[in-house]
Structures are given as C-alpha cells and as structure tokens.
Ligand binder design. Structure first.
Ligand code: GAP
Length: 521
C-alpha cells in the first residue's frame, strides 16, 4: 500500500509544507486511519477541519441554491446504475496517462512525471507526445531510476459489485463526479419542481477517483467532495443571458486564452472585463461569461486574494470528451497556477447520451416556441477539499518575533472554525465563572471556545493558528466594570467592550470585514 507520507514528500515548497504540518499538528486535516498506515489520497477532517469544510459547503449552498430561484438542489446516491457511466462516456474515456517502471513495477502518471522532470506545462498533450518526451529526455522511474514502459490509458473509476454475486454482471462504480445524477434525474426534478429553462440542479457530495498519482495533500486525492451545478439552457439561448448585468460585464479578470497557450510556452496572461471577453469572442457565450464571473465572485467572498485567481481556457486537445469550451478558474499555488474550478459548456451531450442509453425521453417542452428541445448545459464544478486547501494556503501568515515565529490563519470570519474564544485571565477569584458566563451568552450566536489553560499569549497563539478572528479576555476589571478586552486577530488591536454590547460589537466587526473583503452575510 502506498502511503500518504510518500505523497507529502512530493511537496517541495515551504509554505505548503507549513500548512500541511499545521493541519496535522492541530488535527484539522490528516492522513486517513493513520495508525494503520493509510493509503495515499484518503484524508480525515478533524474537529476544526470539519467545521471549516461545512462552512465552505454551507456558503456555496446558500449562495447558489437557497438564495436563487433558478437553482434547486439534490442529494443522490454514490453507487448508481453502471449504465449511467456507460452513457456519460466515463467507462470508455475517463482515463489518465500511465507509465509503469519496468524494474520496480511502480506506476506513474505520465503527464505529472513529465511536468515534474521538465518543469513545463503539458496540459492537453497526447499519449504519444508524452511518450516521446519521456524517451527524448530519458526520463526514468522517480523511485528506482528504472526504465519506463510506453504510456497507456488507465481508467480512474473505482469499481465494486452489487449483491452477493461478484461477476461482470454485478459490477458497479463509485461515482467519479456528482454531475451525472443531475442529468439522469433531470426530468423528474424539472417536472416535480415545475422549473422552466433556464434553471439549474446543484449537488454537494462525495466523488471517487483512483488517481495514479494523488499529490499535494488534498489537492488531488482519491476520495473527495464536489460542489456542482448543471445549468440547463434553451439550446438557442446559450448566448442570451438576461442576468448578465452591466455590473457583471464590467468585472475585470486575469485570463489566459487557448490561442495564447497554443502560441507556445505558457502564454501571456491578460486582464480583461467579462464584457470585453464576450464581445471579442474570447468567451464564446453569454451564459458561460455569467457563470465565470459569478463563480469568481463566490471565491472572492471566501476572502481568497483576487490577484491569485485567473481564468484559463482549455486548449482543444485538453477538452474533456463532453465539452466544447472549458475555462478553469486557476489559483496561484506555491507549485504554480493550477485548476481550482472547472466551468464547462457540455452542450446537450449528457442528456442526449442518457436519452439514448435509457431509451427515456429527456426532452423539455418549451411553452413559448411550442417545441421539444434537449437543453444545453453550462457546468460550474468545484472540489470542496480543493477550496479548503486553497483557503488555508491563501490565509496562512507567519509572525516573526524575538520569541520565535508563530502562524496565523487570516480566514474570513464567516469561515473560521471558531469565531470567538473566551479566556479568563486566571482560573481563580471568580474569573473562570465570569468567563463561562460570557461563553454561555455568546455561544448561541457564534461558534465559541472557552480556554483557561496556559498564558494569555499562548492562548492567543493557539487561536491564531486556527484562524479565530476574536479573542475575549475576562480580567479583574471585568468583575467590577462588567466589561472585557476583545482582541482582533489580524490587526492585534485590543479594546474594552461592555459585556452587554459584545454581540453587537462582534457582529459589527464581521460586517466591517465583509465590507472590506467582500462578504457573505
Ligand atoms: N463534472 C465535471 C468534473 O468533475 P473535473 O475538472 O474533473 O470536472 C471538477 O473536476 C473539480 O473537482 C475540479 O476543478 C477540482 O476542484 C475537483 N477535483 C477533481 N479531481 C479531484 C481530485 N482528485 N481531488 C480533489 N479534487 C478534485
């Protein structure tokens, strides 16, 4: 069994190493069932981690489902009819390029191996091209230096069997994306919810991929969660988006087009408004432009630094079998710009495929034109774990002082696993009781933690590490004046606040943060 520790050793940059060791030290996110030596690519979220993960999911659900009339949610099964994956093309085409070591028999993902060794981007390179590069540059096994086989395709789906008989007829797959159920369930959801085009179906849930080279912690793992929307549009109206307002069109984004990348090297990044990109036909359809801007906005609302995000168009050879145009939202990771989210134009590919495979009519009756159509789809798809890791990398700060260095997660207060920490200066003289009273008062409004052990400095440091935005200290003056000191994480500023005003002051500080960084509340 390959170990998670091996995949960690592939991480060479210091920042990522520090974020990973913070995650492990504070049990935020760590290798799955580590006491047994876990398999690479599986992780467990600890108490702070699962709180932060839930907050990311809740923010997404609130933004894209609960706050909109044109998107409804579902929660489908992980194991579905295997015919779903025949129809979607995953059985035939969900492959990554694989090379075997002829000496030690270890397996490598050919594209990441070439990227690692030659320090170039190989997005969209064919099997032959990767094989040729391996041969030309005499790339060998990273583990033992042995010669490598020719590159071949490896299907990423995990399979299992349904029922007691384990043969070809009982084979089933753990879903490699949540997307397909939104297509398979399109008709029942559309009819039951009386939805008219354009509308979307959204889902948050687990997906599984037998990645050849899980790496960079949870950036690429084998079990992960996705947040996906399939947004269905009348096929003649994909370039006519009534909610593409002037405000959306005016949004400036960094982008790198397929044409630029095809010129060679990695291409030049430009800054353009969504409106200009649409009028220059850089982004081909209005609905695609709308979804790119809207997804970027949600990432900004999590507090992710806008300059670290860009749009990158897939080059032709890189497009998935279902897509005619895909843009990734990439983040500038310490190991380079990489995909955080994919937003694809899947046309009518999936509904048409499921209609063929199932023999069921999946068309939509358009009351205005009195015609039956197969809707086209724009699909914003993003991994929860990848957002989680990105948020941590983006928020990680180091504070050097003469006592050594400590770290802070400058998380958006709406994401912080603990929002308010309460410390009595001492356990004695009634301070602990007063501290607990403040804790009990605030915990109905905010996620709070009570901590009475260690020096106040150590307690601040513990909370900074997990991104707690506000710490409250109850001291001797508090007993007399019924007030406390509140300390703000990022500025370190401290002020005295009457206990009766605490909720208001904290809410107001949340509001100020949102106004400054783009907020969700
Ligand atoms: N339904 C389309 C789809 O699944 P994808 O680009 O393969 O497209 C979408 O995946 C998103 O899911 C990615 O942008 C990424 O955020 C996340 N993702 C994909 N594979 C992942 C993996 N092995 N580990 C963690 N996240 C992953």
């Amino acid at each position: 069994m390959s170990s998670n520790k091996v995949s960690k050793s592939t991480i060479t940059d210091e920042l990522t190493q520090k974020v990973i060791s913070l995650c492990q030290r504070r049990a935020i996110l760590f290798a799955n069932s580590d006491i047994y030596g876990s398999a690479a690519g599986f992780f467990d979220y600890g108490p702070y981690g699962c709180e932060l993960k839930k907050r990311i999911e809740n923010s997404w659900w609130k933004t894209f489902v609960q706050s909109r009339e044109d998107i409804v949610g579902i929660d489908g099964a992980i194991i579905t009819s295997p015919r779903v994956w025949v129809a979607s093309g995953h059985v035939a085409a969900f492959n990554d390029p694989l090379v075997d070591c002829l000496k030690c028999k270890s397996r490598h993902r050919a594209d990441t191996l070439v990227e690692d060794e030659l320090k170039i981007s190989v997005d969209g390179f064919s099997l032959d091209k990767l094989g040729a590069l391996i041969k030309e540059h005499k790339i060998v096994c990273q583990k033992c230096g042995g010669e490598l086989s020719v590159a071949r395709k490896f299907n990423l789906m995990f399979n299992t069997h349904i029922g007691a008989v384990q043969d070809e007829s009982s084979i089933a797959y753990l879903r490699p994306e949540t997307a397909q159920l939104m297509f398979a369930d399109f008709k029942i959801v559309q009819q039951a919810m009386r939805k008219k085009l354009p509308f979307g179906i959204a889902q948050i849930g687990k997906a599984f991929r037998n990645e050849i080279a899980p790496r960079n912690f949870v950036f690429r793992c084998r079990e992960f969660s996705q947040m996906e929307i399939e947004f269905f549009i009348h096929p003649k109206l994909v370039n006519s988006c009534p909610i593409l307002t002037d405000e959306v069109k005016a949004k400036k984004v960094q982008m790198i087009t397929a044409a630029e990348q095809e010129k060679g090297k990695d291409g030049v990044m430009e800054t353009m408004t969504i409106g200009d990109a649409l009028s220059k036909h850089v982004i081909k359809t209005q609905w695609h432009g709308y979804w790119l801007a809207t997804c970027l906005d949600w990432l900004y609302s999590l507090g992710i630094t806008p300059a670290n995000l860009r749009l990158r168009e897939h080059v032709k050879t890189e497009l998935s079998h279902y897509s005619v145009e895909t843009w990734d939202i990439e983040y500038r990771y310490p190991w380079g710009w990489k995909e955080l989210q994919g937003i694809a134009n899947r046309t009518d590919f999936d509904l048409t495929q499921h209609q063929k495979e199932s023999g069921k009519d999946l068309s939509y009756f358009d009351e205005e034109s009195h015609e039956r159509v197969i809707p086209h789809v724009i699909e914003p798809s993003i991994g929860v774990d990848r957002v989680f890791f990105t948020v941590l990398i983006d928020a990680y700060r180091e504070n050097a002082s003469d006592k050594g260095s400590t770290s802070t997660l400058a998380l958006h207060p709406e994401l912080s696993p603990v929002q308010v920490a309460i410390f009595p200066l001492m356990k004695k003289d009634g301070l602990a009781e007063k501290g607990r009273a403040v804790f009990n008062m605030l915990r109905s409004e905010f996620v709070c933690e009570y901590d009475e052990s260690g020096s106040i400095g150590k307690r601040y440091a513990r909370q900074d590490e997990v991104g707690t935005p506000f710490c409250i200290t109850v001291d001797y003056d508090s007993l007399e004046k019924d007030d406390v000191t509140i300390r703000e994480r990022d500025s370190g500023n401290q002020k005295r606040v009457p206990i009766s005003k605490l909720k208001e002051v904290i809410e107001c500080s949340f509001g100020e943060y949102c106004a400054l960084h783009g907020g969700k509340n």
